[in-house]
Design a protein around this ligand. Structure first.
Ligand code: PPS
Length: 198
């Protein structure tokens, strides 16, 4: 529903002023990958590493956001679309606020991720594919969800009864099957340095 009586207000403090004060670029590092691929682990480790280097970071995490802002949403295709749409808007606010925001959502649909990309400037959206074979994710099964999904107790489970569309041209791929968490963080920090974002 659109409301014609709403008028956009520019803020007196700009994104550029906030970036200048923080001493670094602001952007979304959009992690996407299967459940158990390591999205939250790598995002949190990267946010911690950069925070320790005086970078202003924040992590938006699937499980946590679904406890609050998105607690009305389930896992149908439509609900996932709305989940990602809302997170995209929230992430954009963090970028406006001058921060490096890490988002850790399965975000299984290419179209939904591209919708978020389109919300931001080209240098503000970094798609990070957290690559890990489903067999390995299932072996890790940190929350016992794959076991439940195989037993038919969780409908529409990503990779089993709901699709996952891997990115075709992500800015970055970190493979958590081959590399340690620390090595994946190294790759992310290196990317940000190369792009002069830090
Ligand atoms: S999505 O697809 O982007 O909307 O999902 P997301 O918001 O990231 O939430 C994924 C976490 O929810 C748990 N969970 C499920 N995942 C996938 N499919 C189904 N049906 C499902 N039901 C619950 C699960 O803990 C996911 O967390 P991660 O960290 O990815 O394992």
């Amino acid at each position: 529903m659109t409301n014609n009586n709403i008028v956009w207000h520019d803020q007196s403090l700009t994104k550029e002023e906030r970036r200048k004060k923080n001493g670094h670029h602001s952007a979304v590092l959009w992690f996407t990958g299967l459940s158990g691929s390591g999205k939250s682990t790598v995002a949190n480790a990267a946010a911690r590493r950069l925070f320790d280097q005086n970078v202003s970071t924040y992590v938006l995490d699937g499980d946590n956001v679904r406890h609050g802002l998105n607690k009305d949403l389930g896992f149908s295709d439509e609900a996932r679309k709305e989940n990602i749409r809302r997170i995209g808007e929230v992430a954009k606010l963090f970028v406006d606020g001058g921060q490096l925001v890490f988002t850790a959502f399965i975000s299984p649909f290419r179209e939904d991720r591209d919708t978020v990309r389109a919300l931001l400037n080209a240098d503000e959206f970094i798609e990070v594919f957290v690559e890990c074979p489903i067999e390995k994710c299932e072996e890790r099964d940190p929350k016992g969800l794959y076991k439940k999904a195989r037993a038919g107790e969780i409908p529409e489970f990503t990779g089993i009864s709901s699709p996952y569309e891997a990115p075709e041209t992500p800015e970055l791929v970190v493979n958590t099957d081959t590399y340690s968490v620390d090595e994946c963080v190294d790759q992310i920090v290196e990317y940000l340095k190369q792009k002069n974002m830090l």
